[in-house]
Design a protein around this ligand. Structure first.
Ligand code: HEM
Length: 415
């Protein structure tokens, strides 16, 4: 592939990510129209050497193809950072999302057995109970910040309950996960990049200490929670070490918490901005909610990208790729690819088919929590539509400054 960059678009600059959403989407439309993926320099970080740069994969076809060939396009050199991080740091923060087989397969096997349909079923009742409680409080309050009052509460409580973390630690989990996914947002992290690195390490360590201590207790006295299932050997004699448990928890908090929170917040914003779609959903909730959830995830794309690295000289949809080339898979661009989605800018809860890649493309890293996330979003909106049918956003979302997470920090609402 040629190393070309279009004029006026630099995905590496923070200024780009601070631009209004429409302008950013227009820039990605331009990138999708180019004959080849554009090439960008890497962000400059003082604690790692400057890397070679990256290609932006922006079409649905390229994102899908790179996802389905993990042997050629690997995750093990880092899936959640553009810069190459030291290998131990990748594993520390990313657990299996930054691993390739056979290690990835081993961890995913242990974890997905614990995420069995039975385990998730147990949590479906919990999801319902928490949603009811949240809506009860919303009705009493009448309005405020939808992110803190509603969107953040369900995913946080579910992840903590799933792992067996008590309520006394929710705030610690919430604050530290905000730091890890803060991007460059000054509400959560310093504006000095070296300082940010320290804040990230500190936040990771706090979460790890919390869960490792719990793991030790669950090894001695197992309960029915996920931590007990992960640290005690399963029928094949496999379990996670303390180190693996700590990193998995960081991944779970990061992957399962903010993503779902943002999807719920985007959901209220989108349903407020599109009253016709909202009326349609209200007219037959059970019929339209599955399509609504998929469309929220497509339209909002809470995770903007993941990275892959070429393991050998190969080709991708007819273009040469060299060993070591970095590819950034822009899900939020693939999700608006006009070659696949008719009127991609339109929020349409009846879109069918809706082959979005918001939970990742087809491949071994496809979101482990997709089923749980869909349940959480559906249950939350069912309760809101049933008990607070007038709920709506009353202003524009206050957006997170990040190139990785399409986040909403605050969203005013009324019932
Ligand atoms: C709307 C909410 C969510 C979105 C948009 C989302 C999106 C994603 C994406 C894009 C990936 C990467 C796929 C890849 O690299 O190919 C991923 C992986 C993952 N997600 Fe989710 N996710 C959501 C909710 C959740 C929840 C609720 C959990 C857990 C409770 C979760 C756990 C994970 C894990 C563990 C991985 C790594 C899987 C692996 O590497 O094998 N996610 N998710």
């Amino acid at each position: 592939m040629e190393k070309t960059r279009p004029d006026g678009i630099d995905l590496t600059e923070w200024d780009f990510w601070a631009r209004p959403l429409d302008e950013r989407h227009a820039a990605f439309r331009t990138l999708r129209g180019l004959p080849e993926p554009a090439f960008f320099r890497e962000p400059e970080l003082s604690f790692v050497p400057m890397g070679p740069g990256y290609y932006a994969l922006v079409t649905h076809a390229d994102v899908v193809e790179a996802s389905r060939r993990p042997a050629d396009f690997c995750s093990g050199r880092g899936a959640i950072n553009i810069n190459d991080m030291p290998a131990d740091l990748n594993e520390y923060f990313g657990s299996m999302i930054n691993m390739d087989d056979p290690r990835h397969a081993k961890i995913r096997r242990i974890v997905s057995r614990a995420f069995s349909p039975r385990m998730i079923q147990r949590f479906e009742d919990q999801v319902q109970a928490v949603a009811e409680q949240v809506v009860e409080e919303v009705l009493a309050k009448g309005g405020g910040d939808f992110v803190t009052d509603v969107a953040a509460r369900l995913p946080l409580k579910i992840i903590c309950d799933l792992m067996g973390i008590d309520e006394a630690h929710y705030k610690t989990v919430f604050d530290n996960s905000n730091i890890i996914l803060a991007g460059a947002d000054p509400e959560f992290v310093s504006d000095d990049a070296d300082q940010v690195a320290l804040q990230l390490l500190q936040a990771g360590q706090t979460l790890k200490d919390l869960v490792e201590e719990l793991g030790r207790r669950r090894r001695e006295e197992p309960t029915g929670d996920l931590t007990s299932a992960l640290v005690n050997a399963n029928i094949d004699g496999e379990s996670l070490t303390d180190q693996e448990l700590g990193s998995f928890f960081i991944l779970l908090v990061v992957a399962g918490n903010e993503t779902t929170r943002n999807a719920i917040a985007h959901g209220l914003h989108l349903l407020t901005e599109n009253p016709g779609q909202r009326e349609l959903l209200a007219s037959d909730f059970e019929r339209y909610i599955p399509g609504t959830v998929e469309e929220i995830v497509r339209y909002a794309s809470p995770v903007i990208w993941m990275r892959r690295t070429a393991t050998r000289d190969t080709e991708l949809n007819g273009r040469d790729v060299k060993a070591g080339d970095k590819l950034i898979l822009y899900y939020w661009s693939a999700n608006r690819d006009e070659a696949v989605f008719t009127d991609p800018e339109v929020f349409d809860i009846t879109r069918d088919p809706n082959p979005h890649v918001g939970f990742g493309g087809p491949g071994p890293h496809f979101c482990l929590g997709a089923h749980l996330a869909r349940r959480e979003i559906s249950v939350m909106f069912r309760e809101l539509f049933r008990r607070a049918p007038g709920i709506r956003a009353t202003g524009e979302p206050d957006r997170l400054l990040s190139n990785f997470i399409n986040g909403i920090k605050h969203l005013p609402y009324t019932v």
